[in-house]
Write a protein that binds this ligand. Structure first.
Ligand code: ASP
Length: 467
């Protein structure tokens, strides 16, 4: 058997006998001739079965769209009048000499030949593996992979170490609800899935790694919206011996190299910086879109940094709470205010948000690496010493053993991809997103547990709450 040639490389094989494998995109039966458009991960090509070989013709007549086939034949140049200049292999054709059906296909539940975004969400997610075959979804998911790979390469080149942190862990405050997991070994006790690796990445700084990153899953029980799901991925970074400008410069460099290598144009370099106060005055929000209509059409990316956010805001109960991250350090001039609890509302944090085309595409801060600073933050939020100890005692403890100054950031992979692809829904850049009702794609979760499992976990269900 001839070795498989990828469809994208067929133009180098004109006049030769080749073997290709892929999916039948379309079949056109013209009686004496049968045409196929066949696709693999690298492109499309037209194949034709000519009259003369009855056995072959019989197989060709059986084949339908989405069958998986292997075809052997000769790559011919198409006559000038049949050249399709707008298609990649528009000037060649496979004259099929042998055709093997590797797998047949039922009629697929919806068309995938064009943009599937208008198709019912439940159908698309139930048959996600079919939806993902469409050209737009293939492009989005591959672009996502390229974005992550380029960021990764950049970070490895800057001597970052990739380190995984636990998924079964303790609650870490990111301003959302936790998903919890019952513990069989400790009945009545629960793990929380991480809303972010925040505490572990800081502990890795105490542990002396100096430069950490991870393509991390963050899991937050939030109200689902177009651009928010329960799970998202973030490029999570932490660095030691840095100040605010060092982290911002490193991230700016990484984003610039990555998106420019992917062929995008950035509107302003270096990225403009604006204070929260100025942003609110000028745009009425802490995110804004700097592009003109024309730049929007051209797919230009307008990045900017927002800095100098207030550290605290009042809750509905008139208590102080953090605006972004309780582990942040105030700006150096305001550390004293935090320590003495003065002018709480005026304290600015070292938080920096990366904005792109009107959306927040990342955020981070320099952290409070000395225990007394972190304790002061919790005191402002009304925690007693005992409550602080119960919540973050392990961090205070770790910080007593020589923790370097450090800071970091997390970049939302989906948000960045939405900006790159121009998609408005998170589900267009995730392989297996959830429905708006929180139902998993393809698989059937959430669902009830068997009585035996519940018993093992020491859980009883309040039937009143069951839907
Ligand atoms: N923990 C923050 C988040 O997940 C990011 C950071 O401050 O590094 O949004």
């Amino acid at each position: 058997m001839t070795d498989r040639i990828l469809i994208g490389e067929l133009r180098q094989h004109i006049g030769k006998t080749v073997s290709i494998s892929g999916w039948v995109d379309v079949r056109r039966d013209q009686g004496k001739l049968v045409f196929f458009d066949v696709r693999d991960r690298t492109g499309y090509v037209q194949g034709v079965v000519l009259p003369g070989n009855e056995e072959l013709m019989a197989i060709a007549k059986e084949v339908r769209s989405e069958f998986v086939v292997r075809m052997e034949g000769i790559i011919n140049k198409r006559p000038e009048k049949n050249v399709q200049a707008d298609r990649i292999n528009g000037n060649i054709e496979l004259e099929i000499k042998a055709l093997t059906v590797l797998s047949s296909s039922d009629t697929i539940p919806f068309e995938i030949g064009s943009d599937t975004s208008g198709i019912d969400e439940n159908a698309r997610l139930r048959y996600r593996y079919i939806d993902l075959r469409s050209a737009r979804m293939q492009k989005n998911i591959r672009m996502r992979s390229e974005f992550v790979q380029r960021c990764r390469e950049f970070l490895f080149n800057k001597s970052f170490t990739e380190i995984e942190t636990p998924l079964l862990t303790e609650s870490t405050p990111e301003g959302s609800r936790d998903f919890v997991v019952p513990s069989r070994l400790n009945p009545g006790k629960f793990y929380a899935l991480p809303q972010s690796p925040q505490q572990y990445k800081q502990l890795l700084m105490t542990a002396g790694f100096e430069r950490y990153f991870q393509t991390a899953r963050a899991i937050r029980d939030e109200d689902l919206r177009a651009d928010r799901g329960f799970e998202h991925t973030q490029i999570d970074i932490e660095m030691s011996f840095v100040e605010r400008d060092d982290v911002m410069a490193m991230v700016e460099h990484m984003i610039t190299e990555t998106v420019e290598a992917m062929g995008f144009t950035i509107k302003d370099k270096p990225f403009p910086r604006i204070s929260y106060k100025e942003s609110m005055e000028k745009y009425g929000a802490d995110k804004f879109d700097l592009r003109t209509e024309e730049e929007k059409e051209k797919g230009i990316l307008a990045y900017a940094w927002v800095i100098d956010f207030p550290f605290f805001e009042k809750t509905e109960e008139e208590k102080w709470t953090f605006t972004h991250n309780p582990f942040s350090m105030p700006i150096p001039e305001h550390v004293e205010k935090l320590m003495t609890g003065e002018d709480i509302g005026d304290i600015l944090t070292t938080q920096y948000d990366l904005i792109c085309n009107g959306y927040e595409s990342g955020g981070g801060s320099i952290r409070a690496h000395r225990p007394e600073i972190l304790e002061a933050t919790y005191k402002v939020m009304g925690y007693s010493s005992e409550e602080t100890e119960a919540s973050i005692g392990h961090m205070l403890q770790a910080f007593k053993y020589g923790t370097p100054p450090h800071g970091g950031i997390a970049l939302g992979v989906e948000r960045n991809l939405m900006n790159l692809t121009g998609e408005t829904y998170l589900r267009e850049v995730q392989a297996f997103p959830m429905t708006r009702g929180g139902q998993t794609a393809v698989m059937n979760a959430p669902k009830p547990l068997a009585e035996k499992q519940l018993k093992e976990l020491g859980i009883s269900i309040d039937k009143k709450n069951e839907k």
